[in-house]
Design a binder for this molecule. Structure first.
Ligand code: MN
Length: 489
């Protein structure tokens, strides 16, 4: 459905009437203790008597120890504890949840203000008890070999955690999960694949701020500005609402560079600006949205033609999202729609089926149609493909399809992105490795007419529901005419 006024979600006032940066910001409430208790109980039920330790991780130094990057706790810890407590560890054992935290140093109140006491943390998180981290060894005793853990985010942190908690914690890069660790990972995956109401409240909050951010970016855009100015409007909106970027915001006139992190280019009249930016709440819940804006405020005819092909792929893929549908088939539906659209524009020749079989879409759409979304923008990819790929399924070997990050049967409560694209990547188009299979079907003269389109990606966040799908990002205009109107608003 086009994102008209009537299609906006309950509680979302149309952005035109809601310019409340610095007035009454939508500030996502912390996940209530009762919801955290319920998550831990579900994990307990899955693990039985097996003890599990989930660590928060530690702040990482930028240069010297006292100057650290903003602390971002491990996502499994955030899922179960909801608060970013540096160096803390949650022990699930014998039916109880024990949270071990580092007691404040005597001069911490000087540098950091008053620190919440153990009782306050217990009430806030609903754990059975909060204890000093140094007691963890005594509580676990001789049972360390039985305690399951999950890999930490780097080797330094893993080594630090191992020393602190008393058993080896694997660095993510070296992780080969087995035994109790694998069982814990699978239990966490099962829990986190189906988002509960509290998770969805966080994600909806992130999306609401992302909506404001994209609009702020669209309003900052005009010929002559630098990408950096639009980037600042977007990330500034996240910060103004107590959130942060869920990943490095992509704001670029070179949309064909998939993960472009440069922001120095001056935007010219006639450019398209690709914006892939999503907010993350204080608890780590993410959104992930891509839109494409014409610098002049109007798409050219050629830009509009390709835009509508990508939009058709976005809509066809979303229309396919429903419980029981294999996500790979959603990806293929997007690819097929891209092929049909390019054939109708004369860029490709021949039958759609044959073109799809030969991978014609991968030349222009060389990535997967999306991924899981939740606490991580690629949710649970800290566990590799264990979360994204159902047991027995593995990545395709063909270029393009091999980048598909998710191949599960969809189920209610899953959140996924749908993000087809069209890119003219010189490194692909000039290399027969990628184009040989379709060279005879590719009209390069026709393609050249679309030279003012370097990259277009249209990404929505979609919740799988019992009835089918809910587009969580529907308040962000995607229809080309509505995007143009939004820029003028
Ligand atoms: Mn994405």
């Amino acid at each position: 459905m086009p994102p008209g006024r009537e299609s906006r979600g309950a509680g979302l006032v149309p952005p035109r009437t809601r310019r409340y940066i610095g007035v009454v910001p939508p500030w996502t409430d912390p996940t209530p203790a009762a919801a955290l208790v319920a998550r831990r109980q579900r994990l307990l039920a899955a693990l039985g008597d097996a003890p599990a330790l989930i660590v928060a991780g530690r702040p990482r130094a930028r240069n010297y120890a006292a100057n650290v990057y903003p602390f971002r706790a491990e996502s499994h810890f955030l899922y179960l504890v909801g608060r970013a407590l540096p160096r803390a560890a949650l022990l699930i054992d014998r039916g109880r949840s024990l949270l071990f935290v580092e007691p404040p140093a005597s001069d911490d109140p000087l540098w950091h203000g008053e620190i919440p006491g153990f009782d306050a943390i217990r009430a806030d998180t609903g754990v059975d008890d909060v204890l000093s981290l140094e007691r963890l060894g005594d509580v676990v005793g001789a049972r360390w070999p039985e305690v399951a853990t999950l890999p930490a985010n780097d080797e330094v942190t893993a080594a630090w955690q191992s020393r602190t908690v008393g058993r080896e914690i694997l660095a993510r890069s070296a992780a080969k999960l087995d035994g109790a660790d694998a069982k814990l990972a699978d239990a966490m995956i099962a829990l986190r694949l189906a988002h509960d109401a509290a998770a969805l409240a966080q994600m909806r909050g992130a999306i609401e701020v992302t909506t404001l951010a994209h609009q702020a970016g669209a309003r900052a855009l005009r010929p002559g500005v630098r990408e950096a100015a639009v980037h600042a409007a977007i990330d500034g909106t996240f910060l103004a609402h107590g959130m942060s970027p869920a990943y490095g915001s992509i704001v670029t006139v070179n949309g064909e560079v998939l993960h472009n992190d440069a922001h120095h280019n001056v935007v010219r009249d006639g450019d398209l600006l690709l914006v892939d930016a999503g907010a993350e709440t204080a608890e780590g819940w993410a959104s992930d949205v891509t839109r494409v804006f014409p610098a002049s405020g109007r798409f050219s005819a050629t830009q509009r033609a390709i835009y509508d092909v990508v939009l058709a792929a976005n809509r066809a893929a979303i229309a396919k999202v429903a419980p029981g549908v294999r996500y790979r088939d959603v990806h293929l539906e997007a690819g097929r729609t891209i092929v049909r659209g390019l054939r109708d524009l004369g860029v490709l020749r021949g039958e759609v089926d044959g073109l799809v079989e030969r991978g014609a879409y991968t030349v222009f759409f060389p990535h997967g149609v999306g991924h899981l979304l939740g606490l991580d923008v690629h949710d649970m990819e800290d566990l590799g493909d264990r979360a994204g790929y159902a047991p027995g399924r593995t990545r395709a070997t063909r270029f393009g399809d091999a980048y598909l990050r998710l191949d599960r049967d969809l189920a209610p409560g899953m959140a996924v992105t749908i993000e087809p694209g069209f890119y003219q990547v010189p490194a692909i188009l000039r290399d027969a490795t990628y184009t040989a299979a379709i060279e005879g079907d590719l009209d390069r003269g026709a393609l050249a007419r679309f030279g003012d389109v370097r990259g277009i990606r249209l990404e929505d966040d979609v919740l799988v529901t019992a009835a089918g799908a809910e587009v969580l990002t529907r308040a962000i205009p995607i229809d080309a005419a509505e995007v143009e109107a939004w820029m003028r608003a």
